[in-house]
Design a protein around this ligand. Structure first.
Ligand code: FE2
Length: 423
């Protein structure tokens, strides 16, 4: 054995198990495995999971907060304005360095698979080129999927569609879109249809930024549903954000969620950005900016969580922690029911792996790649509550990140006590 992990707590097993790893793959999962291993880790009953999967990140914008200036209003529109001011002096070197740093943060926090968007509206397509290079350079550490993403719309410039085609020819994995950002409803429909047309041509998956607004008249998910069902592409299409669904009337939302289920659309919600960007014009009472996560889950839709931004013009916070994103969603989406806590972990693991179409290579099962994480947590509740550190991140059987959690010593009545916040 190359690596033996002992005393692992898996989500679906009551007893602790050992995991034997050989040639980068999981060989045995069982109780009391004997034999020589080059390296042994005692998981000490901590939770062992397949790695976190971040299905929605903008690596072309990460760590750029404050360049050239900070967003003072905190709005989406000022963020877009700042991004436009930054574009002319953006260099490939700077973009790559920021993307690589952010990937390292995500890996240290347990994420080994990331879907990133790459802006295609710059005529040089430097962003796409840079992220394709990052994908190759970082392939031993992380699996990247790149979405050709028309940030400013496909039909807002004469060359928009051509740039999307070129981005796919260069090697982007997924076709994006942004129908609510087009000038007209008709162009928005064309935006979605174009994504399907390109996906067919390049045999690619689809992931569209759709209805990312508080406008209850923004209704492009229904167009995605129609295209998906008529083409028979169930399961291969993803709708990101869908925040307008929060504000739809209940009859329309009920119909739409039924159609989403029928089309097997994957939905990605992005708690960090959407909790601060949406419904800014509400005054009070102020509606929350999220899609209807609890209703979607209740009707069996595959919902996952994306990080979206890390320190960029739209969201100045973040450190690449999917547990932090799940913790935030627990609060803002009313997911504090005991059984819903497990759903939050699903949304940053198995659900997002399904969204990225990676399920056959994902999970702690014999024969699958030995990608897994050991959390400093006894159970699912503690993982989300404590934002537990990843003690170990293992990729293809090799330790790629190790973390020493903070140790708290409390002094009281001449005694020193260690506090770990665990019951
Ligand atoms: Fe996004």
């Amino acid at each position: 054995m190359e690596l033996l992990i002992q005393n692992a707590k898996l989500r679906d097993r009551n007893e602790l198990v050992d995991i034997a790893i050989e040639k980068g793959k999981i060989q045995i999962v069982g109780t009391e495995i004997y034999g020589n291993a080059l390296e042994t880790i005692d998981a000490k009953g901590n939770l062992v999971l397949p790695p976190f999967v971040d299905p929605h990140l903008h690596l072309d914008a990460v760590l750029s907060v404050g360049d050239p200036r900070y967003n003072q209003s905190g709005t989406l529109l000022e963020g877009i304005q700042i991004w436009g001011e930054r574009k002319p002096h953006l260099t490939k070197e700077c973009l790559k360095a920021n993307a690589i740093e952010a990937i390292k943060w995500e890996v240290a926090n347990g994420t080994l698979k990331i879907r990133t968007h790459a802006d295609t509206t710059d005529p040089t397509l430097m962003t796409v080129e840079a992220l394709l290079e990052v994908k190759e350079e970082m392939k031993d550490l992380v699996d990247l999927q790149i979405v050709a993403f028309p940030q400013d719309g496909i039909f807002t410039t004469p060359e928009g569609k051509n740039l999307m085609v070129r981005a796919m020819e260069m090697g982007a994995d997924v076709v994006g879109g942004i129908p609510h950002n087009e000038f007209t409803r008709e162009d928005g429909v064309k935006d979605v249809e174009t994504a399907f047309e390109l996906a067919e041509k390049f045999n690619a998956l689809i992931d569209i930024h759709v209805d990312e607004t508080g406008d209850d008249q923004s209704r492009f998910v229904e167009v995605m549903v129609k295209e998906t069902i008529l083409r028979g592409w169930q399961g291969l299409v993803t709708a990101s954000h869908t925040t307008a669904m929060h504000n739809y009337n209940n009859d329309y939302a009920f119909k739409l969620i039924g159609l989403i289920k029928r089309a097997e659309l994957n939905i990605i919600t992005n708690p960090f950005d959407n909790s601060v960007l949406q419904n800014r014009t509400d005054g009070y009472p102020r509606r929350r900016g999220h899609t209807r996560v609890d209703e979607l889950l209740a009707r069996g839709v595959n919902v996952s969580i994306g990080h979206d931004s890390i320190m960029d013009p739209w969201y100045p916070m973040g450190k690449g922690s999917m547990l932090q994103a799940a913790n935030l969603l627990m609060h803002t989406a009313h997911l504090s029911g005991y059984d819903q806590i497990g759903s939050l972990l699903d949304m940053i693991t198995v659900n997002s792996a399904r969204t990225m179409n990676l399920s056959d290579q994902y999970g702690i099962e014999v024969g699958k790649p030995a990608d897994l994480i050991i959390l400093d947590a006894d159970n699912e509740m503690d993982a989300i509550r404590l934002l537990s550190e990843c003690l170990y991140v293992i990729r293809r059987g090799k330790i790629v990140s190790q973390t020493q959690p903070a140790i708290h010593h409390l002094k009281f009545k001449d005694q020193t006590q260690r506090i770990n916040f665990k019951r």
